[in-house]
Design a protein around this ligand. Structure first.
Ligand code: AHM
Ligand code: MG
Length: 334
C-alpha cells in the first residue's frame, strides 16, 4: 500500500506521551490552534477578494495601525481557545492587557497560558506577501483555582512547554515544538487537513543568508555594522546572500530550511529593537534551539531573559548556530 503522510491530528495523538504533562490538555490546546489556523488561513487567502483589506481604523497598544485581518485573527485565536476551555489566560500582541479565562463552573482550573502574535507582518497583507501567527505556551505558576496574574505571563522563555508558528505562504504550514524537536505540517486546502511534511526540522549549523533591514544601517550599533560588512566580504563562502521579507515567520522559516541568520537589532530609532520578547522572540527562540539553531539578544540567550513587562521589546539574532555566534563575536568586540 502506498505510504501516506501522517496528519497533524494523528501526530498529536501519537506524541501525547512526549508531553511533559500528559493529561491531554496540551494536545487539545495544539488542536485548537490547528483549528483557528485553518479559519484564519481561509480569511487570509480571501484577503485580496473581499473588502477586508486595509486598516480597521484602530491602533494597537504600540500605536501601530491595526489591519482588519489582525483583528480577525486575534478574535479567532482567542475565541477558539476560550471555547475549548483549555487555557486560563491569553496575552496577545494586539491587546493592551492579558485576558483571564474561566473554565467550567466559573472555575480557574485550567493550567496553561498562551501568548501570541495572531498576525505578524500584517503590513504585508495588502501586497500579497506571506504573514504568520506565532504562539507560545507556558504552564501557569500561580496556584490552580485562582485567576491568572501577570506573573504567569512574565516567565522566561526556558519555561515554555510549546511554541510554534503558522505561515500563510504559497502553502500554509503549521510548525511547532513541545520540546522534542520541531515538526512542520502543510495544509491541503482541498480537504482542510494538515499533513506532516517536514519532520524533525533542523537549522543547518552554518548558512549563507543574512536577513536584516539594511535600510536602517546608519542607525545600527557598531557590532551589527561590522557583522554586515563581514557578510559582504569576499572570502570563502562569502559574500552571503541578503534576503529580507519583512515578515518574521517567513524569514525564519526560510532560514531554518536553507541556513541563515535573522537580525532585528537595537538602533538609534528603536533603542530596544522592534520585536516583542514574549510574542515573537521567545517562541522563535524555542523553535530555533529545538531545531539546533540559536537565538540571542546579541550578548546572551533570549530564553533566559526575565521579562518585566508584557509588551517588552528586545534585539533579536536568530538562526544557524555558527552565524549567530559569529554575530555575537562582533557585538562583543565593538
Ligand atoms: P508586526 O508585529 O507589527 O507585524 O512587526 C513585526 C514585523 C516582523 O514580522 C518583521 O520581521 C519586522 O516587523 C519588520 O520590521 P521592519 O519593517 O522595521 O524591517
Ligand atoms: Mg508581530
Amino acid at each position: 500500500m502506498e505510504e501516506r503522510n501522517k496528519t497533524l491530528g494523528e501526530f498529536i495523538i501519537e506524541k501525547q506521551e512526549d508531553f511533559q504533562y500528559s493529561s491531554g490538555e496540551l494536545s487539545r490546546l495544539i488542536n485548537s490552534i490547528r483549528l483557528a489556523a485553518k479559519v484564519v488561513n481561509y480569511k487570509v487567502n480571501k484577503a485580496g477578494l473581499v473588502d477586508i483589506v486595509g486598516a480597521a481604523g484602530a491602533q494597537n497598544v504600540q500605536g501601530e495601525d491595526q489591519q482588519k485581518l489582525d483583528v480577525f485573527a486575534n478574535d479567532t485565536f482567542i475565541q477558539t481557545l476560550i471555547n475549548r476551555e483549555i487555557v486560563c489566560g491569553i496575552a496577545s500582541e494586539e491587546s493592551d492587557d492579558f485576558i483571564v479565562i474561566k473554565g467550567q463552573d466559573e472555575s480557574h482550573n485550567n493550567k496553561y497560558v498562551v501568548l501570541m502574535d495572531p498576525l505578524d507582518g500584517s503590513s504585508n497583507i495588502d501586497v500579497n506577501v506571506s504573514v504568520g501567527t506565532i504562539f507560545s505556551v507556558y504552564r501557569r505558576i500561580t496556584p490552580i483555582g485562582t485567576p491568572v496574574t501577570l506573573e504567569d505571563f512574565l516567565q522566561p522563555g526556558v519555561n515554555q512547554v510549546a511554541a510554534g508558528y503558522v505561515i500563510y505562504g504559497t502553502s500554509t504550514m503549521l510548525v511547532y515544538t513541545t520540546g522534542r524537536g520541531v515538526n512542520g505540517f502543510t495544509l491541503n486546502p482541498a480537504i482542510g487537513t494538515f499533513y506532516l511534511s517536514h519532520p524533525n526540522m533542523q537549522f543547518p549549523k552554518d548558512g549563507t543568508i543574512y536577513s536584516i533591514n539594511e535600510g536602517n544601517y546608519v542607525h545600527f550599533p557598531q557590532g551589527v555594522k561590522d557583522y554586515i560588512k563581514y557578510c559582504q566580504l569576499e572570502e570563502g563562502d562569502r559574500p552571503y546572500t541578503s534576503r529580507y521579507i519583512g515578515s518574521l515567520v517567513s524569514d525564519i522559516h526560510r532560514n531554518m530550511i536553507k541556513g541563515g541568520i535573522y537580525i532585528y537589532p537595537t538602533s538609534s530609532k528603536a533603542p530596544s529593537g522592534k520585536l516583542r520578547l514574549l510574542y515573537e522572540c521567545n517562541p522563535m527562540a524555542f523553535l530555533a534551539e529545538q531545531a539546533g539553531g540559536k537565538a540571542s539578544d546579541g550578548f546572551g540567550r533570549i530564553m533566559e531573559i526575565q521579562p518585566t513587562e508584557l509588551h517588552q521589546r528586545v534585539p533579536f539574532f536568530c538562526g544557524s548556530q555558527n552565524m549567530v555566534e559569529k554575530a555575537e563575536e562582533f557585538m562583543k568586540k565593538a
